[in-house]
Design a binder for this molecule. Structure first.
Ligand code: F6P
Length: 340
């Protein structure tokens, strides 16, 4: 009987439980495997903190946000502050063997896929599953968690429109996305944002201020500015939303307020699209294990589930390509990206 381990690492996102269920149920029911849940990402592997998963435990979690296994940002190949164990990769290899694992599924974002790739190089049987609200994992068109975050951010922007209109204000909303502007771009377009600032497009504050003043001149009573948290904010790293709002206030004299959406984007139940994607990823991962097809990350291209060598993925980011057509269409709708 094959024994597999599942862990979730890095920031959580909606859909992790759906994918744990997808892997677990397929592994148990279809392939008669034994499934171990590993607590708190790679930290649980160091401590052998595991729980056997059965059909009962995997029932009723499809719609649940977060991760029943817990997660952590512990990276075994990186020396981190307060480290007690000197050779974490070695200990992970040892515990993998002692737990009797035949394969390990690592659900996570870029950092996790990087670790997964390194563990695979060390000889462990690894499958990666990409998850993050940021949608910035290379090798897949989309990660689960993104659609849910997009819905939440779009709803927030919708709500800002009415209050912005009543008060004739500029409303700045900061959404997540440290490296990539996917959430800002998509929610900005879906929510009818007037200015969208993303890390991939260099902005000029004079251009942004002019866009807003121009709207004012055209008798448009209010404006919505959608900002990704990862945009440049001068020499020091500052909170992007507050930084942009302050600049707008100063440069235009327009009444401006800011909202930081924060962790609301990562919490709660996944959308139907994320539930389906997560389930498909999970079931596919279980099948790959049954076929001994290791060292790969599951992904989606078009509507087809595929797998990509972990070595290729590493921790590579998938950023917004400003020439992808969507940015241009948004420009035609009058969206300002702040370019010179
Ligand atoms: O998961 C990605 C992400 O949501 C980023 O957009 C965000 O900046 C980061 O996680 C913050 O996560 P944490 O505070 O959990 O480290």
């Amino acid at each position: 009987k094959m024994k597999i381990g599942i862990l979730s690492a890095g920031g959580d996102c909606p859909g992790i439980n759906a994918t744990i269920r997808g892997i677990g149920k397929t592994a148990i029911v279809e392939y008669g495997m034994e499934v171990l849940g590993i607590a708190n990402g790679f930290a649980g592997l160091l401590e052998k903190d595991v729980i056997p998963l059965n059909e009962q435990l995997l029932s009723g979690i499809l719609t649940l946000g977060g991760t029943i296994l817990g997660t952590s940002r512990m990276k075994p190949f990186k020396h981190q502050e307060g480290d007690m164990v000197s050779d974490k990769p070695q200990l992970i290899m040892q515990n993998y063997k002692e737990l009797g694992l035949d394969a390990l599924v690592c659900i996570g974002g870029n950092g996790t896929q990087e670790t997964a790739s390194l563990l695979s190089k060390e000889g462990l049987n690894i499958i990666g599953i990409p998850k993050t609200i940021d949608n910035d994992v290379w090798g897949t068109d989309v990660t689960f968690g993104f659609d849910t975050a997009l819905h939440i951010a779009t709803e927030a922007i919708d709500r800002l429109h009415t209050t912005a209109n009543s008060h004739k204000r500029v409303m700045v909303i900061e959404v997540m996305g440290h490296h990539a502007g996917w959430i800002a771009l998509y929610s900005g377009i879906a929510g009818g944002g007037d200015v969208i600032l993303i890390p991939e497009i260099e902005y000029d504050m004079d251009v942004v201020a002019n866009c807003l003043l121009e709207r004012y001149r055209k008798k448009k009573p209010y404006s919505i500015v959608v900002v990704a948290e990862g945009i440049k904010t001068g020499k020091k790293k500052k909170n992007a939303g507050a930084y942009i709002a302050k600049k707008i206030r100063k440069m235009t004299g327009l009444e401006t307020r800011e909202t930081v959406l924060g962790y609301i984007q990562r919490g709660g139940s996944p959308t139907p699209a994320d539930r389906i994607l997560a389930t498909r990823y999970g079931a596919y991962a279980a099948r790959m294990i049954s076929e001994g097809d290791f060292g790969k990350m599951v992904g989606i291209r078009g509507n087809e589930i595929v797998s990509v060598p972990l070595e290729e993925v590493g921790g590579r980011l998938r950023l917004v390509n400003p020439d992808n057509g969507l940015v241009d269409k948004a420009r035609h709708m009058g969206v300002c990206f702040g370019e010179k």
